[in-house]
Write a protein that binds this ligand. Structure first.
Ligand code: M6R
Length: 615
């Protein structure tokens, strides 16, 4: 999973390419590179291991001048993150350059074939073969047509790809191709743009062309774009999308990092999502594209997701089972892909994915669809693959989430699933309008409750000191808040590199208690709910072993405060099932403070990328 950008037009290409890479850096940040067609008619490239900021620094010295160029930020799959393996990759003549996002599965076979044919392969990547295949096509059947040369090369590729191609002998042009990896294009008066997602394009256009699988496009320096199908025929009406966020949504806007900014955006994201959702039929959820009768017929729900989105699924399972009375299976997509799901003709499959591009989730969704399920996507990214391939899509409208660690998408996705649960409950006859409205009003209370937790961020800052020298931490919670514990532990691990694991609090005595010793940090989520006393007993057990406890508790809970070293206070939440949406905000804040105290880059944790597009 990588980010690619391309530009041809009147501007200096490097200016857009570097800012575009910075916006896409969440997709990978092992190495980066840029290649422009220089005024002298040659390619001029700069590439290096490390982040886009390192590349930008190198470009200040190397000064790649030219108005056509392509660029790449990499998350290494094949070949170490070195200068040599950084994209763009060139053909033998050094006049053709490509950038690639995806995986070429038959690259070994193609490398062997190309080597036998006399090509000199310079890197360890799967991607470089594309440049050499294009070279063959350009020298042969497709001479003079960049898009035909790329089409020709793609016929030999197995796997997934979004590719941008430029050639010193075709100045003012970029050819692109897509299969399985996202690519969007913008045609403007200043020139034509390509990018892995809309984030870099929001500053130049309010709408984009979304390339579909097995489509190709030619971008010209006058800003025009032509889209072609796999036969090379012009596509008259390519898919167009309006970009509904402004360019500033993807900038720091005065915050120290995107994690801080995105946590702060949670109340507004939820307000956007809830707007105009209540009507006389209960919850308005036209995105489901199902009749009331079809909804009433649903006999089970499969929730499928990875990582933080899987944690959303765990909460959604409780909401749907409790409110709608429908049995729910919640599965890691990577696990479901290797077992037989128990589907019926009335099974609804809900895929939850911020990016809409997670490979395991997409594979699971396709499989569930092939088994006859109706597939509904809960996603944040407009026009993402999950959205395009599903029978219905609920966009959570959280705005671009740049920080690799998911925060605002998590809370927004939980609210989206609560809406779904209410819709199902109403259709199944489990709730009347008044009851739906009561729950909906409770959802409407969440933004202000989260604002209040954000105002109390100093509490997490103070508690963070406890973790500075720790090597491990244990998170405990009961009921729906066992999921808050899982998600809190994931946040801490991800951004601070501190080992953390989570257990339902009642499970502690079955093993994890052996970890406890004086000073060992334990985070307990113990709101005012029906299992409060039980969790309080678990905290007693923690304290009795000398461990240090940080609690997330409801205002006024002196019993908890008197036992714990730190208490992260949440205001009273009107409904127990909704506490996770408020409580997690304290744990997001805590994770960020611990990470900063340990000197970690919270937005770009090592080894991770925002969307995991490999299985
Ligand atoms: O885009 P998705 O929601 O499908 O991504 C799933 C996970 O990769 C993602 O939630 C990951 O766990 C986050 N980095 C967690 O903060």
């Amino acid at each position: 999973m990588c980010g690619i950008v391309g530009y041809t037009g009147r501007r200096q290409a490097a200016e857009f390419l570097l800012s575009g890479l910075a916006a896409l850096e969440y997709r990978g940040y092992d190495s980066a590179g840029i290649e422009v067609v220089s005024p002298s008619g040659n390619l001029h490239g700069v590439k290096c291991a490390g982040r886009v900021s390192v590349l930008a620094e190198r470009c200040r010295t190397a000064n790649p001048v030219g108005t056509t160029g392509i660029a790449h930020t990499r998350w290494a799959t094949h070949g170490a993150p070195t200068d040599r393996n950084a994209h763009p990759h060139l053909d033998c003549s050094g006049r053709i350059a490509i950038v690639h996002n995806g995986i070429i599965e038959n690259f070994q076979e193609l490398r062997a074939y190309l080597s036998r044919a006399g090509h000199k392969i310079a890197s360890d990547t799967d991607s470089e073969v594309i440049a050499h295949l294009v070279e063959d096509a350009w020298e042969g059947p497709a001479r003079g047509s960049l898009v035909d040369a790329l089409r020709n090369a793609c016929q030999r590729l197995e796997g997934s790809y979004a590719i941008a191609l430029e050639c010193a002998d075709a100045p003012g042009q970029i050819a692109v191709a897509r299969r399985g990896s996202p690519l969007v294009l913008a045609s403007t008066e200043d020139g034509a743009y390509a990018a892995s997602d809309v984030t870099p394009l929001a500053a130049v256009s309010s709408h984009v062309i979304q390339l579909e699988d097995d489509q190709f496009a030619l971008l010209r320096e006058d800003g025009s774009i032509s889209v072609f199908d796999s036969e090379g025929l012009l596509v008259e009406s390519p898919t167009r999308l309006d970009i509904d966020w402004d360019a500033s949504a993807a900038t720091l806007g005065g915050y120290a990092d995107f994690m801080a900014k995105e946590m702060a955006e949670q109340p507004e994201a939820i307000e956007r999502l809830l707007k105009d959702r209540l009507d006389e039929h209960g919850i308005r959820l036209d995105e489901l594209s199902m009749t009331g009768e079809e909804l009433a017929g649903i006999d089970r729900v499969y929730l499928v997701a990875c990582g933080t989105s899987y944690h959303v699924g765990l909460i959604a399972r409780e909401l749907i089972e409790q409110w709608a009375g429908i049995p729910v299976f919640c599965e890691y997509a990577s696990e479901l892909n290797y077992k037989e799901p128990l589907v019926t003709e009335h099974t609804l499959c809900v895929v939850i994915t911020q990016s809409g591009e997670t490979a395991d989730t997409l594979t699971a969704a396709r499989r569930m669809r092939a088994l006859g399920c109706r597939v509904f996507a809960v996603t944040n990214v407009l026009g993402s693959t999950a959205a395009r391939e599903s029978d219905g899509t609920l966009y959570v409208q959280a705005g671009p989430e740049i920080c690799v660690c998911s925060t605002k998408a998590y809370t927004a996705q939980m609210v989206a699933c609560a809406l779904l649960a209410l819709r199902l409950a109403f259709s199944a006859g489990k709730m009347g309008h008044a009851e739906v409205e009561r729950h909906f009003r409770n959802l409407e209370a969440l933004p202000d409750l989260i604002r209040e937790v954000l105002r109390r961020s100093w509490q997490g800052k103070r508690a963070a000191a406890l973790f500075r020298r720790a090597s491990s931490a244990l998170f405990l919670g009961r009921g729906v808040n066992s999921t808050t514990a899982y998600e809190g532990a994931l946040k801490l691990k991800e951004v601070s590199y501190l080992h953390a694991e989570a257990y339902p609090a009642g499970e502690m005595k079955h093993g994890p208690i052996a970890l406890l010793e004086p000073g060992f940090p334990v985070v307990a989520i113990v709101p005012a709910d029906h299992v409060h006393e039980k969790t309080l007993s678990n905290i007693q057990e923690v304290i009795a072993r000398g461990a240090s406890c940080v609690a997330v508790a409801t205002d006024g809970d002196e019993a908890v405060a008197s036992l714990c070293e730190h208490t992260l206070w949440i205001p009273p939440v009107p409904e127990e099932m909704l506490v996770p949406i408020v409580a997690i905000v304290h744990l997001q804040l805590l994770a960020r403070y611990v990470a900063r105290a340990r000197g970690c880059d919270v937005d770009k944790p090592r080894n991770l990328a925002k969307s995991v597009t490999v299985e």
